[in-house]
Design a protein around this ligand. Structure first.
Ligand code: 5GP
Length: 118
């Protein structure tokens, strides 16, 4: 199912380098960049480069391999930045706080030595 019809999402535009972002990881199909409004010392958005899936439920049903790839990118980033310990959040639906309807995970973590996330 299409996320936005004719208009590419903001995350597709970041992946296409049409909008600047601090990109921290990239594979053929996934891109990860620092959230513009971080809610934790490490707050990275991890998302497929294309926006055909609106949320994690659609992604899991439509391309579980891509979901697994996204989780592997999160694990690798957390291994580098946060001692391998992290929270992975998929807001699903506007009432749950989703504002960008192009599936993405929030990787949230402390930096090594910081107290645990609350
Ligand atoms: P949602 O609320 O949909 O779960 O998450 C969307 C996230 O994308 C928010 O945390 C928001 O700060 C982030 N975001 C929205 N627009 C931009 C942008 O242009 N650049 C970056 N780096 N993050 C963005």
């Amino acid at each position: 199912m299409s996320s936005t019809g004719a208009e590419p999402s903001i995350f597709s535009r970041i992946a296409a380098r049409e909008i600047p972002a601090t990109i921290v990881a990239e594979t053929d199909r996934i891109i990860a960049f620092n959230d513009i409004a971080p809610q934790a010392p490490v707050h990275i958005v991890i998302t497929p480069k294309t926006g055909e899936y609106r949320n994690v439920v659609e992604l899991a049903a439509g391309d579980p391999g891509l979901l697994a790839e996204l989780v592997a990118v999160a694990d690798a980033l957390a291994a580098d930045l946060a001692d391998g310990q992290f929270r992975l959040v998929f807001n699903t639906g506007a009432a749950a706080g989703q504002t960008v309807f192009h599936v993405h995970a929030h990787l949230l973590a402390q930096q090594p030595g910081d107290p645990a996330l609350g």
